[in-house]
Design a protein around this ligand. Structure first.
Ligand SMILES: [Zn+2]
Length: 211
């Protein structure tokens, strides 16, 4: 695998370890951690710190359910390696979201395809398939967007993103990601708000495709 140069920001790792990250972003961070030893180590450090903080609250009563759940997790050490396992292009957490089946692509035009994994008021997360040299429609963001490269690579105004790289974009970034030549680019992308496209046609199509 190529070296990962764009990592998960520490604040997102901390939020993920604390369980406060909305599900669409949690899936992208989980997938990045499964590919990136550096961020996995940082995430596990956050988890350990969280555990120490919890130990400090010895007056807090723990429900029997929580105790059982924690104990059953401790009894299943193999689960962790399953979570990080990769099936072809797709990291373990993405395979779980796909329920072990191949993606069901829907065409967006220009050869670009998507498979929405989940979409609700907390945001949406999808797989995107972008043919070499093809641009994802130009858009600005109403909120946060995380994009993780699973196959191929793309470039935009901020740099080049290879397999395992995570791009963090917010409402200030007006960018045009273009898939590099080579293998088609497959990405996992999460947003907490609908994307606002700058050209008229995609804006008209937006409600249809829930972009
Ligand atoms: Zn990383």
């Amino acid at each position: 695998m190529t070296d990962i140069t764009h990592h998960t920001p520490d604040a997102l790792l901390a939020a993920y370890a604390a369980g406060t990250l909305p599900q669409p972003f949690a899936l992208v961070v989980a997938a990045h951690i499964s590919l990136c030893l550096k961020c996995r180590a940082a995430f596990e450090a956050h988890q350990a710190i969280g555990g120490i903080v919890l130990e400090g609250f010895d007056a807090v009563e723990i429900s029997p359910d929580l105790k059982t759940n924690v104990l059953s997790l401790l009894d299943a050490p193999d689960q962790e390696s399953d979570v990080y396992a990769r099936t072809g292009v797709y990291p373990g957490p993405v395979m779980q979201a796909l329920k072990g089946k191949p993606p069901r692509w829907r065409r967006l035009g220009g050869g670009v395809k998507q498979n929405i994994l989940s979409a609700d008021e907390s945001g949406s997360v999808r797989l995107l398939y972008i043919p070499p040299g093809q641009a994802v429609p130009d858009h600005t963001h109403g909120g946060l967007e995380l994009t993780l490269v699973l196959q191929g690579s793309f470039s935009d105004e901020t740099g080049r993103f290879d397999v395992g790289d995570l791009e963090v974009a917010d409402e200030d970034l007006d960018h045009t990601p273009i898939a590099d030549y080579g293998a088609p680019c497959i990405c996992l992308a999460a947003t907490d708000a609908p994307l606002k496209f700058n050209s008229v046609l995609p804006r008209v199509l937006q409600p249809l495709f829930r972009i």
